[in-house]
Ligand binder design. Structure first.
Ligand SMILES: *[C@@H]1O[C@H](CO)[C@@H](O)[C@H](O)[C@H]1NC(C)=O
Ligand SMILES: *[C@@H]1O[C@H](CO)[C@@H](O)[C@H](O)[C@H]1NC(C)=O
Ligand SMILES: *[C@@H]1O[C@H](CO)[C@@H](O)[C@H](O)[C@H]1NC(C)=O
Ligand SMILES: *[C@@H]1O[C@H](CO)[C@@H](O)[C@H](O)[C@H]1NC(C)=O
Length: 226
C-alpha cells in the first residue's frame, strides 16, 4: 500500500475503535408495526425515544450497581429492543435482546409511554445484572430488576405497598421494596449484592454485607410496617 493509503486505513481503524471502546450501541426495531399494539407503540412511544431510554437506563444501572468502569460490567456491546407480536409477559430479556410485547402495549390502559419506560428499566437491569452463574433464585433476580425500576422513579401505581408480601424472595415489587429497606440500612447494599453475584450465589451474602441473616432482615422489615 502507498503510505497515504496506509495512513487513511489507520485513521479508519482509530475512528472505529473510538466508537466502540467502552461504548454500547442501542437499537430499537418494531417488528409488529402491522398490529394495533405495534402502531400504538410507534405513536405513543416511538423507536427514537425507546433507544434513548435503553441508553439512559444503562447509565443509571451502571451507577446503581457501582460499575464505574466497563471492566466491572458484563461484556455487552450492543443491546437491541424488538417490539414483537408475542403474548405472555409484558417483556423479557434474553442475552442482549429485549423483546417487548406489542399486545401488552396495545391493551395497556393508562400512560403507556411511562409504563413502557419502566418496563425497559426493568429489562435493562436483567441485561446488566449478575445472576450468580445461574444459581441465584428467580425472585431475587426479578426483585433487583424492580428495585432498579423503583429507584429510577418508574414504580407503577399497581405495585404492592412497602411492607407487603409473604416472603423476602417473592420477587418483583415485594422483593424490590425489601431490597430498598436493606439499601437504606447500608447505602450501596444492592450494588454490593450484585457484585457478589458475579461468581455464584448464597443467601449468606445478606449477612456478609449487613451482619444479619436474610430471614432476620425480613422479620425486621415486616415488624417496621406492622
Ligand atoms: C437497528 O436495527 C434495524 C433492524 O435490525 C436496522 O434496520 C437498523 O439499521 C438499525 N439501526 C441502527 C442505528 O443500528
Ligand atoms: C435521557 O437522559 C438525558 C440526560 O439526562 C435527558 O435529557 C433525556 O430526556 C433522557 N431521555 C429519555 C428518553 O429518558
Ligand atoms: C389485546 O390482547 C389480545 C390477547 O393477547 C390480543 O389478541 C389483542 O390484539 C390485543 N389488543 C391490542 C389492541 O393490542
Ligand atoms: C464502589 O466501588 C468502589 C470500587 O470499585 C469502592 O471503592 C466503593 O466503596 C464502592 N461504593 C459503594 C457505595 O459500595
Amino acid at each position: 500500500m502507498k503510505p497515504h493509503v496506509v495512513a487513511a486505513a489507520s485513521l479508519l481503524l482509530i475512528a472505529l475503535a473510538a466508537t466502540t471502546a467502552g461504548a454500547v450501541t442501542f437499537n430499537a426495531t418494531d417488528a409488529a408495526s402491522g398490529t394495533a399494539g405495534g402502531q400504538r407503540f410507534d405513536q405513543a412511544v416511538g423507536l427514537a425515544y425507546a433507544s434513548q431510554v435503553l441508553s439512559n437506563a444503562s447509565t443509571f444501572i451502571w451507577s446503581a450497581f457501582n460499575q464505574t468502569s466497563p471492566a466491572d460490567r458484563k461484556p455487552v456491546d450492543a443491546v437491541t429492543l424488538v417490539v414483537a407480536d408475542v403474548g405472555g409477559a409484558p417483556a423479557f430479556a434474553s442475552g442482549d435482546v429485549i423483546t417487548l410485547s406489542a399486545p401488552y402495549v396495545g391493551n395497556y390502559s393508562g400512560d403507556v409511554k411511562t409504563e413502557v419506560t419502566g418496563v425497559l428499566y426493568h429489562e435493562m437491569a436483567h441485561v446488566w445484572q449478575w445472576d450468580g452463574q445461574g444459581q441465584a433464585n428467580g425472585g431475587l433476580i426479578e426483585g433487583i430488576a424492580d428495585f432498579v425500576r423503583l429507584k429510577a422513579g418508574y414504580a407503577p401505581g399497581h405495585w404492592v405497598k412497602p411492607g407487603q408480601g409473604d416472603r423476602w424472595d417473592q420477587g418483583y415489587d415485594v422483593t424490590a421494596w425489601f431490597l430498598d429497606y436493606c439499601d437504606l440500612l447500608r447505602p450501596g447494599f444492592v450494588a454490593q449484592l450484585n457484585a457478589k453475584m458475579k461468581d455464584g450465589y448464597s443467601d449468606d451474602f445478606f449477612a456478609q454485607i449487613l451482619g444479619k441473616s436474610v430471614q432476620q432482615l425480613w422479620q425486621d422489615y415486616k415488624a417496621k410496617y406492622e
